[in-house]
Write a protein that binds this ligand. Sequence first.
Ligand code: 13P
Ligand code: SF4
Length: 310
Amino acid sequence: MNKQDKFNRIHHLKKEKNAIILAHFYQDDDIQDVADFIGDSLALSQKAQQVTEDVILFAGVNFMAETAKILNPTKTVIVPDLAAGCSLADSAEPSAFAQWKSNYPDSVVVSYINTTAEIKALSDVICTSSNAVKIVNSIPKNIQVLFAPDRFLGSYVKQQTERDNMILWDGSCQVHETFSEEKVIELIEKHPDAIVLAHPECPPNILKYANVIGSTTKIIQEAVNSLHNKFIILTEPGVIHEMKKQNPNKTYLEVPNIDGCSCNHCPYMRLNTLDKIINALETLSPVVVLDEELRLKALQPILKMLEISK
Ligand code: 13P
Ligand code: SF4
């Protein structure tokens, strides 16, 4: 099947199965083109909650599909590839996390949405990169905050909220922590007129070069709407597709690969393909299944986040 045949097949299957395709900005261009809705993690959860179709095909990573199922449990949630995990979500193992939490009984636990349902169920409130500062600011300053699992997002939020009493879990994203400072400096020197846009999952030695720090949506909006014409993108380059769609006349520069490694591509997000989407829609599998007791526990901190984010 050529690409157009695959698109036609997906459109046909969506109608036949009464399905909607939700996709993250880090997906391959073709997947973004075939999706009904593309967004960052917050927008995708808000959209998942409102879906009326019978089937949600989630083109992203597992924690995102799981969040959709938690929020909209009567829908059949399917994914193109069950192996699409996330190094950040994997960095918080539930029993170690419960042990860590028990050391700080009077704290409020804020967990990033990049976590498993088990970790969400152990948390008081969830956040995404677009609302993390707002969520932490909603907690009285005299209360200690435990923030997990991303230590880089955590230290950025700690700095933005000017809180001393924030304890960070020691996790990180394998994509954002691998950006080479040397390559970033080279790129800035070569393009002194470029604005540097970074995701807060980058470590401080990278974030210090950023003119704007924010979620994938914020990075895209900044590039598209700003008066500047050239941008250095310090996040997964999947976002450049949406930038080009909205404003094709600007220049979007990704950080060069290190020694032949496409380290800035999320290996989990990129497991999804058009063929796997066709297979998932044809078979309505792999399907996301969640224990109902766990789902209800994980739901509360997500609803709290959505309420604060309104
Ligand atoms: P966003 O919340 O900006 O979509 O980021 C999700 C993510 O996985 C970043 O690596
Ligand atoms: Fe997880 Fe990093 Fe991939 Fe985002 S880019 S899904 S945080 S591994």
